[in-house]
Write a protein that binds this ligand. Structure first.
Ligand SMILES: [Zn+2]
Length: 278
């Protein structure tokens, strides 16, 4: 073999080695790229939607009898002790198990099991009539409940609202105290700073005065939008109560859980006024 031929052969072998080297390199690169691609497009399965049908009932003030001077609307929503007693008896006889609003929120979030026929009893605004008329009946049936308090109204001069001592007594008896803001504004009309103050301030004063963790919020007049829901989350609430007279809720709507108001009717749950109630 001449030197020239040997050099050509060597060059060809080198070319072949070079080719194989490049080929393997390309295979590695492609495989790597495919792997990265596979990781980056790996489907994150959407959070499973959990749906519960638990009635969240809303009460306002109570009285021994409806006040005649009030508007029809106010009279209708002022539940008498007799009507409330009859309603709680209905729930008890029918095997309902009241749970706190935060228990409901957390069970929706974590998909934990609730008792059969769970129901959430909520009381808005912090009226002292709730303490005087409704609480003894709740205690008689060993029913828990959640009280959404307007913190600026606690201990106020009109004496229509509960005192800090009343609220401490509720805490002692295992009722849940939650926020209904500081001053009951329409939250959708506030700028973000005022909105944050209402949500943070009410939570903080309840926690400081009552030594409890305030978990949930009820929007005044049920008014809320995405900004309000975001602010509620940011303030540290785990969930909040909205309106809509429906009992079906999902873990996708933790900050706008539906509820329905109860009127002064001794047996609203078996009438056609609340057809959704199971
Ligand atoms: Zn209210």
């Amino acid at each position: 073999m001449t030197l020239r031929k040997s050099l050509i052969l060597l060059e060809k072998q080198f070319d072949m080695k070079n080719f194989i080297f490049k080929f393997i390199l390309i295979i590695f690169l492609v495989a790597g790229a495919m792997n990265v691609f596979a990781v980056s497009t790996k489907k994150v399965s959407p959070k499973k939607e959990i749906i519960y049908q638990v009635p969240v009932l809303v009460y306002h003030s109570f009285g021994s009898a409806p006040l005649k001077k009030e508007s029809w609307m106010r009279m209708h929503y002022r539940v008498t002790a007799e009507a409330f007693q009859s309603q709680m008896k209905y729930l008890s006889d029918d095997g309902y198990h009241p749970i706190s609003f935060s228990t409901y929120v957390n069970s929706l979030k974590d998909n934990t099991k609730l008792p059969d026929k769970a129901v959430v009893l909520t009381f808005d605004d912090g009226w002292v009539s709730q303490y005087n008329y409704a609480v003894p009946i709740l205690e008689k049936y060993k029913f828990t409940a959640t009280f959404f308090v307007i913190t600026d109204y606690v201990n106020n001069k009109y004496k229509a609202y509960m005192s800090w001592d009343n609220l401490k007594d509720l805490v002692k008896n295992n009722f849940e105290i939650a926020s209904h803001t500081e001053s009951h504004p329409i939250l959708t009309k506030l700028d973000f700073k005022k909105l944050a103050n209402e949500l943070n301030g009410s939570k903080k004063i309840l926690e400081d005065k009552l030594s409890v963790k305030v978990m949930t919020l009820a929007y005044p007049d049920y008014a809320q939008n995405q900004t309000v829901r975001d602010a509620a989350k940011l303030a540290g609430y785990v969930g909040s109560r909205a309106g809509w007279s429906n009992i079906q809720n999902s873990n996708a709507n933790i900050y706008q859980l539906k509820s329905q108001e109860v009127v002064n009717n001794p047996n609203p749950f078996s009438s056609k006024r609340l057809p959704d109630l199971p």
